[in-house]
Design a protein around this ligand. Structure first.
Ligand SMILES: [Ca+2]
Length: 186
């Protein structure tokens, strides 16, 4: 009976630990400096997903201004005629500072650092989150967010583990805790 009680106190602990680990895994899914690559030959729809920035920025594709961050979230533009595998470089121009930052590696940016985090979305497509301060600022990469249909990020180095892995990990901790207690009691 005593052991049963101990086990039930360990369960919330394991769950809390698993929850602590989860947000970090989700964040690791984003690839800083990743590229946006066309998946299938055809169109790409760009949708503004919102801004947490103090500054107003405009999203550009080449020389073409797509939309500004003071427009409503959900505003979208469809770009036509891409080839599968084509790398698309988007950039933001920050109105207040005049700085411009591109997707991809930092080599395209004046401060030499990557400014865009690229995540693969579950339903296909990518989410790109920009940091809008020269030098990286607070590096939270959530100042401006855009989604791109029919695209992939180029690397799959870091992936979300299967949900089953987390459950196994959690129950493993639970088992370890119970084992330790059993040993103590013996
Ligand atoms: Ca920021």
């Amino acid at each position: 009976m005593k052991q049963l009680l101990i086990k039930s106190t360990l369960l919330p602990f394991s769950l809390a630990l698993a929850l602590l680990i989860l947000p970090n895994i989700a964040q690791a899914n984003g690839i800083l400096g990743g590229s946006v690559i066309v998946k299938d030959t055809g169109d790409v729809t760009v949708t503004f997903q919102g801004s947490n920035a103090g500054y107003t920025s405009t999203l550009y594709f080449g020389g073409q201004a797509l939309f500004s961050s003071n427009e409503a979230s959900g505003t979208s533009v469809t770009l036509n005629g891409f080839e599968a595998g084509q790398v698309l470089t988007f950039s933001i121009l920050v109105q207040e500072t005049g700085h411009s930052f591109s997707t991809g590696s930092g080599s395209l940016n004046a401060d030499g650092i990557a400014h865009a985090m690229v995540s693969n979305l579950e339903d296909g497509g990518t989410l790109v989150s920009f940091e809008d301060l020269y030098g990286g600022g607070d590096k939270d990469y959530n100042d401006l967010m855009f989604s791109f249909s029919n695209t992939n990020s180029e690397t799959k180095l870091v992936q979300n583990p299967e949900p089953g892995t987390i459950i196994l990990f959690g129950s493993g901790l639970l088992g370890l805790g119970a084992w330790r207690l059993r040993k103590k009691q013996a």
